[in-house]
Ligand binder design. Structure first.
Ligand code: 3HC
Length: 315
């Protein structure tokens, strides 16, 4: 393609973005736009699927039938979110098997938060309240993403995430209002998940190689630091309401800025976890690989059934 033609196409594309016209699968788009969406959306899908693992571990140990039913519903939702996002990624030409193989080979990223263990029942509450709470903060902004299928997928997913966040907060509220031992369980869960939840939003803006371009293309509507700050401002009062203390000695409301000041994040820990050296990275990828192996017979049976039915129809 002549250089002039490609410059004109890129300019027309950016004009559409600037005019808030959604980009659809069959529209022309720069390869780099397609590539960064496949990167982000596939990682998002992987996060949903790997995110089932810490919680699934507690389904058989839920304290009563109601909690078990709620947790089952949440984990099933996450599976659906993953499949939904893999389908949205396919609209950009990504191959689903290859995308999933990237997760199983350790090549693909997924959200760092899921490389931490859920060591007590209270962690299930902290995951719902903080992890899904952080995911909602990020995903509500993605409902306005310039890529149509991703933005529309977010609308459905956010509706379910809000149930996830509420059930987690309600679980921790119950514990915080329970015996001193139960309240301690809730506090310890907040202590374990607070900082990893802040890391979910990604590195500081000045350390984020993808943000500037993603903001220009309106994939990102708010920056990593803006979303993180909004999450902190919304979540600290929720912790205080149920008598829990956010584990940050420097957390303080700043009248001037209208936001909470907070301590610097341990980015060494973040990059260690992102780099594969978190508490559960190997366990999580192994579990996904095993799930694929164990499910092979189901996929083969479904394919055999479909082929038999197709051959009967054509006979
Ligand atoms: N975990 C793992 N990797 C992370 C990360 C995290 N928390 N935050 C950033 N990274 C990676 C990025 O992927 C990027 O690496 P790459 O270029 O190889 O992909 C690198 O660190 C630099 O980060 P950037 O800020 O430059 O990258 P992005 O512009 O992609 O921003 C993001 C990172 C904010 C996570 C963005 O990708 C995003 O909004 N993703 C969609 C939302 C998402 O994936 N959320 C994950 C949680 S989903 C969830 O929790 C499900 C719920 O149901 C429980």
């Amino acid at each position: 393609m002549r250089v002039l033609e490609s410059v004109e196409l890129e300019q027309k594309f950016q004009d559409k973005i600037d005019k808030e016209i959604k980009i659809e699968p069959n529209d022309w788009m720069p390869d780099a736009y397609r590539k960064t969406l496949i990167r982000q959306m596939s990682q998002h899908a992987h996060s949903e699927v790997v995110g089932m693992l810490p919680e699934a571990n507690w389904i058989t140990r839920a304290p009563n039938l109601r909690r078990k039913a709620v947790l089952l519903a949440k984990v099933q939702d996450e599976a659906g979110h993953g499949l939904y996002l893999y389908s949205a990624t396919e609209t950009l030409g990504a191959d689903r098997e290859a995308t999933i193989d990237d997760l199983h080979s350790g090549k693909a990223k997924y959200s760092s938060i899921f490389n931490y263990p859920a060591v007590s029942w209270a962690d299930i509450g902290a995951i719902g309240w903080l992890v899904d709470g952080a995911a909602i903060m990020n995903q509500v902004a993605l409902c306005r993403c310039s890529y149509g299928p991703y933005a529309r997928a977010m609308v459905k997913i956010c509706k379910e995430e809000s149930f996830h966040q509420r059930q987690g907060y309600e679980l921790l509220t119950t514990l915080a209002n329970g015996s001193p031992e139960q309240k301690q369980l809730a506090q310890e869960a907040l202590n374990r998940f607070w900082w990893p939840a802040l890391m979910m939003f990604g590195p500081n803006d000045d350390e984020s190689p993808n943000s500037a371009q993603s903001m220009k293309w309106k994939i990102k509507r708010l920056s990593n630091d803006e979303l993180r700050q909004n999450f902190i401002d919304a979540t600290v009062p929720q912790a205080e309401l149920i008598g829990l203390k956010v584990p940050d000695p420097n957390l303080k409301w700043n009248e001037e800025t209208g936001h909470y000041d907070f301590s610097p994040i341990n980015w060494d820990e973040f990059w260690q976890v992102v780099g594969g050296n978190g508490p559960c990275n190997k366990q999580r990828v192994d579990a996904r690989r095993k799930a694929k192996e164990n499910g092979l017979w189901v996929r083969e049976a479904a394919m055999a059934f479909a082929e038999k039915r197709a051959s009967r129809k054509s006979a």
